[in-house]
Design a protein around this ligand. Structure first.
Ligand code: AGP
Length: 609
């Protein structure tokens, strides 16, 4: 979704802003713009389309400024266009604003402004009202005007403001949309996300909800909603800029697929103690707390939801606690059975997905204990949780989630073991056995990366198909859902996934000569049944690519292609079987000429409902 960046310091703000926006491109956007104070006043330049379009248009102007704000917009209110792009200016042109989020009461604010002033609205956006509202309250003190404006705004927002009459001050506000501050030498930054400032500093302040920040080149002051100063510890970013670069790969997505053995290693090994137990720094759920918990809800969106489906199977089978999984956009409206005996687990790579965040807050309000599995440190979901499991996958830039997914799944196995130990479902020996199995997964994922060429070849055979189906049984259904989503979002091919046993109840009607079916058959106890399902679609002319565990060679006589994953515990197979599926989606998308890292219409961090 929208990305914001701001700079004040001694350098020329223009390249800093454009470079920062480039680092936020992964979030998804359809237009880009900057506002800079050039001495005489605030100049806004904004264009529909790629950031390069903005860069090309401003290059001949040779703009010089020491303060400015920049924005990549993902359209919500109003089509993608030059005029709807941010920054938006106040009527006089003195105040410019960038905004990530949604102003829910913008219509009322618009009516208020039309009533009180002769303001002229130029865009269809909700954001434009912010600039006019700040100007309405401005009487020489920008901070004061921002406070008065924010007091009247409802919704979610991270906002950056610059003003003609105050060229030494940048003001920013946060409510339910991500905002960080970067601290430099005689320069300071704001941004939606850390990669935007990582070329300049690793020292970061995480801004909390309802806080307002005033930045000069030498100082950063955080205020709370009552305008009291707030002290904040500096957060040191441990990963370097290179982690957010492609490092020789053509796309971030491919780089991130390849990083999975390492990220799984980090997620697991950094939590194993010398005596072979787990140490979860930010999880306080022990025997006593667990006694009070009789059910678990896992709530998430998209790929994180699919990780939750696998999490349910892991927790139920290892810890014996009943689990319900729901998509966050549905959860709150379904009258869920949440009370103080519920453990609510939110799963989110970004930690900023609004549906997930709102579900978490809803469950918290009903007394549930909140545990989150999150990748982005200090994100909203993590901050609103009682317990946090950071997946430590490192920055995931490709819009399609890959390494975040496998680390979320790993987190669930580990949590299931932790819960199992504390409710006596798992013996010490049982724990040790599972731990050994988990340790082997790093090497096994390395092994599965070798399916790359085979998947490239299979993708080349089928990239021009209009429909591709996925099917599986048991835990393979969950991976079928994930594989289908990955293919849809990257390749734009129509695809869906089905429990293979359901075929005969309707979907088999779609099977005809040449239909491509990817059949996940990794589960030993369901293998024979899957083979029968493969025969069923083959009999109707389907072309079947099967995914099976090594050794199950009988499937070669049934499927057209077989992709093997190393033999492992059935419950852990998703960590392996998903990787060929990620390759497949990647190569199909590439062959269709799609933008693999930034698929159309999608955003990395979905901060609207
Ligand atoms: C995954 O490939 C998607 N782009 C998307 O489904 C994503 O997983 C979903 O939006 C949830 O995001 P989150 O993990 O940041 O909450």
């Amino acid at each position: 979704m929208c990305g914001i960046v701001g700079y004040i310091g001694t350098k020329n703000a223009v390249p800093v802003l454009v470079d920062g926006l480039a680092k936020l491109e992964y979030r998804g956007y359809d237009s880009a713009g900057i506002a800079v104070h050039t001495g005489g006043g605030v100049e806004v330049h904004k264009y529909k389309g790629r950031l390069q379009n903005l860069a090309d248009n401003i290059a001949p102007l040779e703009l010089k400024a020491h303060i400015g704000i920049g924005h990549t917009r993902w359209a919500t209110h109003g089509e993608p266009s030059d005029v709807n792009a941010h920054p938006h200016m106040s009527n006089s042109g003195d105040i410019a604003v960038i905004h990530n989020g949604i102003i829910e009461n913008y219509v009322q604010i618009k009516e208020f402004l039309c009533d009180k002033t002769d303001v002229c609205f130029k865009s269809d956006t909700d954001t434009e009202v912010i600039a006019h509202l700040i100007e309405y309250f401005y009487e020489g003190d920008l901070l004061d005007a921002v406070y008065k404006a924010v007091y009247r705004m409802e919704g979610a927002y991270a906002i950056g403001v610059v003003c003609k009459n105050d060229p030494e001050t940048l003001v920013a506000v946060r409510k339910d949309s991500p905002l960080i501050v970067g601290l430099g030498e005689q320069e300071n930054f704001i941004a939606s996300d850390i990669p935007a400032i990582l070329n300049h500093t690793r020292e970061v302040l995480l801004i909390e909800n309802d806080e307002v920040v005033v930045l000069t080149k030498d100082e950063v002051t955080i205020y709370d909603s009552l305008r009291q100063k707030v002290e904040r510890d500096v957060f040191m970013v441990t990963w370097d800029a290179a982690a957010a670069e492609k490092e020789g790969y053509e796309h971030f997505t491919m780089k991130e697929i390849h990083e999975q053995p390492q990220s799984l290693h980090d997620t697991l090994h950094r939590r194993i103690t010398a005596d072979g137990n787990f140490h979860f720094e930010q999880i306080d759920i022990d025997r006593n707390i667990l006694k009070n918990i009789n059910k678990i809800y896992i709530v998430a969106c998209g790929t994180a939801y699919h990780a939750g489906l696998i999490g349910k199977r892991a927790i139920e089978s290892i810890a014996g606690i009943p689990v319900t999984v729901d998509v966050a956009s549905e959860f709150r409206y379904a009258d869920p059975f949440i009370d103080e005996h519920t453990l609510f687990i939110a799963v989110s790579q970004s930690g900023e997905t609004l549906d997930t965040l709102q579900s978490l807050r809803y469950a918290k309000g009903l007394g549930a204990r909140i545990l989150s599995i999150v990748n982005v440190v200090g994100s909203s979901v993590a901050r609103d949780s009682d317990d946090v499991f950071y997946t430590w996958a490192g920055p995931e830039i490709g819009v399609a989630s890959t390494k975040a997914f496998t680390t979320q799944v790993m987190a669930f196995y580990m949590l299931a073991m932790h819960l199992g130990m504390h409710n006596d479902r798992l013996t010490d020996e049982g724990f040790d056995e599972w731990l050994e199995k988990l340790k082997r997964m790093e090497a096994y994922t390395e092994e599965v990366l070798k399916t790359k060429e085979q998947m490239q070849h299979i993708a080349a055979e089928h990239f021009n198909k209009e429909n591709i189906f996925f099917m599986g049984r048991g835990i393979d259904v969950d991976i079928s859902f994930e594989a289908s989503l990955k293919l849809k979002e990257l390749s734009y091919i129509n695809s869906f996934a089905i429990a293979a046993g359901e075929l005969k109840h309707g979907t088999i009607a779609l099977m005809e000569q040449g239909t491509v079916v990817i059949a996940l058959a990794t589960q030993d106890h369901l293998y024979e049944k899957m083979v029968s399902n493969i025969r069923e679609v083959k009999a109707r002319g389907a072309y079947v690519v099967a995914i099976a565990q090594e050794g199950n060679t009988a499937i070669e006589g049934v499927a057209d292609d077989v992709v093997y994953i190393p033999k492992c515990d059935n419950l852990l197979a998703p960590l392996l079987s998903v990787i060929p599926m990620q390759y497949f989606a990647y190569f199909v998308a590439l062959l269709r000429g799609n933008d693999v890292d930034k698929p159309r219409n999608l955003a990395k961090s979905v901060t609207v409902e």
